[in-house]
Design a protein around this ligand. Sequence first.
Ligand SMILES: [Zn+2]
Length: 66
Amino acid sequence: MAGTVYDVVCGMSTELGNWSESVEYEGKTYYFCCDGCSGAFKKSPEYHLQNWAEEHPGVDPTPAVA
Ligand SMILES: [Zn+2]
């Protein structure tokens, strides 16, 4: 659903706008529940994105808005 964002580190989801932590990576904006999760993503984005893709096939963690 448009407007839903997923934290690829801990797996939580929320409506776009509820989380203030975000990280730009390869042209996309990823959102996180806390600075602990965004910090972990910044250290190893490929690791967390690969984990997300394996555990949630077909689920885009970024909101479907430009
Ligand atoms: Zn989190």
